[in-house]
Structures are given as structure tokens and as C-alpha cells.
Design a protein around this ligand. Structure first.
Ligand SMILES: [Fe+2]
Length: 276
């Protein structure tokens, strides 16, 4: 099956071609990372896990393995409340990880409506995701207001399951504040999440490249503006992308700004010549 390429790369090569040179190193790195990364934050209360599809959940699922999606678990260790970012492929696995960590689900955050992030039909395959999660546990699904109808259509969940947000809304998970940032371009209502020195960037910003803008609802000019806005964030947050498309699973925003070619254009006009 052909994978759904989700990133812009120089020359628009399929992403799996780009993976080839370092793919063979995955076995070693997988062993080092084990079942996802757990990172302490400024406060010991922060619960944060980065989980890779096909490795840390949905193990044995060929699409999950090929697509290399990251899902994130974010919560407050003291209250035990947690949210899942982009629960595609195997909602039950993600709930098991939470339960194993003594956390309980209080919500879902969707970066955008694509089926490899929230479930739905993709290239003839029905991917499980948010609907399966809600069948196991009914929680609110937080989306940007410009994405709500897209998420509803893609997943088939009802409008009452969704909580629509504006740019820069604050969501508190226990005592952990998350800023919801509207970053259109990959899709109309793509959003990133900023918390405790971390930027969960969905398919807006990868460590190498950014999300494609030639799918329905994509907007290349909007992507340029979103990337420029993210580049201006204070505090050099660590970027946690929506896919494992680079050699490392995360990197500081300063490093990404220096090394990622999407930050090379100095104007919208230059951007348009690179990414028409
Ligand atoms: Fe996407």
C-alpha cells in the first residue's frame, strides 16, 4: 500500500524514501527508547509521554508502523488527570498505558483531522481512532474551531463530543496549563500545544520539513505565517512533532530553526518560490 505522505520535503519525495538512509538504525534506537519517553518538567507534577505508533502502541499494525505517528500523553501526576493527543490506531493500548501509570483520561486533544491522527478512512483503509476511544471512555475532544467540522466528518463523532477552541485558549489538565495555538496551513484548524517548555507541534512543524499543504484545506501561505509565528515563541521550547520523520524524536526550537529548511525563506515571496 502507498503511504499517505504527510510532509513537505525538498523535491516532494515521498517521506518513506527519506527514511531509508537511517531506517536501519531504528532497532537500536527503539531499544534505547523502550516504551516511550517519560520526561520530568519544571514541576514534578508534569506527566508527559511521547509514544510512537507501531512501536509503543498499535504494535503489529502495518499502517501504524509505516505512518510513524506520535501520540502524546500529558497530565498532572498529583491529580492523576491526563489527556491524549491524537489517539489513532489503538485507543485501548493508549488507555492501558495511562492506567499502568496510574493516570485517568479526562480529554482528547486533536492536532488536526487527518485519519492517522484521529481515525477515519484513509486510502481505502478504515483507521480506528477517536470513535473507538469514546466508545471505551466518553471524554471531550478538544479541537480548534476551524477544524471541528473536519474532525466530525472524518471520524463520524457527533458535534456534542467536540469542544471548539480559539487561538491561545488555555486548557488546564489538573494543574498543568496547556496553551492551544491555532497554526493553520497543513489544515484550516491545525493546532499546536505549548506546555512547560514543550511544543507539541502536530503536522505543522516537523524537525525536518513541515506538514504538506496540498491536501484539502491546506494553505501554503498560511503555513508560512504559522511557522514564522512559532519561530517567535519565547523560551526555546522542545519541539515534539506529529511524526517520527527525523533522526531524533524531538529537538529544541532553536536547533529546528537553524537546521530545518522551512525556516530558510526570509519572506512570503521566497517561501512561495520554494513551496508553490
Ligand atoms: Fe496530517
Amino acid at each position: 500500500m502507498a503511504a499517505l505522505p504527510d510532509n513537505i520535503s525538498l523535491g516532494r519525495r515521498p517521506w518513506n524514501c527519506e527514511l531509508a538512509p537511517w531506517n536501519c538504525q531504528l532497532g537500536r534506537r527503539n531499544c534505547e527508547l523502550g516504551g516511550g519517553i517519560t520526561i520530568g518538567g519544571m514541576s514534578d507534577r508534569l506527566y508527559f509521554r511521547q509514544l510512537l505508533s507501531g512501536r509503543d502502541f498499535a504494535v503489529g499494525d502495518p499502517i501504524a508502523t509505516q505512518m510513524r505517528n506520535f501520540s502524546y500523553l500529558i497530565g498532572d501526576r498529583e491529580t492523576g488527570e491526563a489527556v491524549i493527543v491524537d489517539p489513532a490506531y489503538a485507543a485501548g493500548d493508549l488507555l492501558e498505558v495511562l492506567a499502568g501509570d496510574g493516570m485517568r483520561l479526562t480529554g482528547v486533544l486533536a492536532t488536526h483531522h487527518h485519519p492517522d491522527h484521529v481515525g477515519g478512512e484513509m486510502m481505502g483503509f478504515a483507521l480506528p481512532g477517536v470513535p473507538e476511544l469514546l466508545a471505551l471512555q466518553q471524554v471531550p475532544v478538544h479541537v480548534n474551531q476551524a477544524e471541528s467540522e473536519w474532525v466530525r466528518r472524518t471520524t463520524g463523532i457527533s458535534a456534542s463530543d467536540l469542544v471548539s477552541h480559539d487561538h491561545d485558549d488555555l486548557l488546564e489538565v489538573g494543574a498543568i496549563p496547556l496553551r492551544l495555538l491555532h497554526t493553520p496551513g497543513h489544515t484550516p484548524g491545525s493546532q499546536c500545544f505549548l506546555l512547560d517548555g514543550r511544543l507539541v507541534a502536530g503536522d505543522t512543524l516537523f524537525l525536518e520539513g513541515c506538514g504538506r499543504t496540498d491536501f484539502p484545506g491546506g494553505d501554503s501561505d498560511a503555513m508560512y505565517r504559522s511557522l514564522q509565528w512559532l519561530a517567535g515563541l519565547d523560551g526555546d521550547p522542545t519541539v515534539y512533532p506529529g511524526h517520527f520523520y527525523a533522526a531524533e524524536p524531538s529537538a529544541s526550537l532553536d536547533v529546528v530553526k537553524q537546521e530545518n529548511f522551512v525556516f530558510r525563506p526570509r519572506s512570503l515571496e521566497q517561501w512561495r518560490t520554494m513551496f508553490p
